[in-house]
Ligand binder design. Sequence first.
Ligand code: IMP
Ligand code: MG
Length: 181
Amino acid sequence: MAAMKNDIESVLFSEEQLQDCVKRIAGEITRDFAGKEPVFVGVLKGSFIFIADLMRHVELNCSVDFMAVSSYGNKSTSTGAVKINKDLSADVEGKHVIMVEDILDSGLTLSYLTKYLQQRKPASISLVTLLDKPARRKADVKPDYVGFEIPDAFVVGYGLDFAEKYRNLPYIGILKPSVYE
Ligand code: IMP
Ligand code: MG
């Protein structure tokens, strides 16, 4: 852990701030989906810690499913096509789908996934993202629930990685540019 800490420039959100944020969003979802049984869909891998914490504070009958995606080569292509590595394991026709992402950056991933899931005829699709970097948006995606807006910096921890590392940090921190330069 000491070595990992040395790669962090500064802590953006502490464990306590993250938990307060998770509880706030869970409360909003509990209120907005009262009487419904939504399906939470986590976008792997980055959202795994957030969705686990979030669902624990949602007071509704609900289920969970996961999708795993990777971007096709150059992310700056205008199509934003993503490769589906793992699809939903159950049908969502007529269901209220709540997509859960770790971070909304260009928006290409969520824009593609939303269109893809729309074909399954869900009753509704809502988007939750823990972090939002609006400065870098390319696709027209508007999240329904946002944890925190952040500046254009590369962040890790609480599920977010750089080269598969740092997901296990309990807080979110800005990675030192020297790590990836
Ligand atoms: P986009 O919105 O399609 O550009 O992609 C969002 C995805 O890019 C996220 O799910 C993350 O996997 C990754 N990503 C974007 N910014 C960061 C960051 O600052 N740290 C870690 N992963 C990031
Ligand atoms: Mg991700």
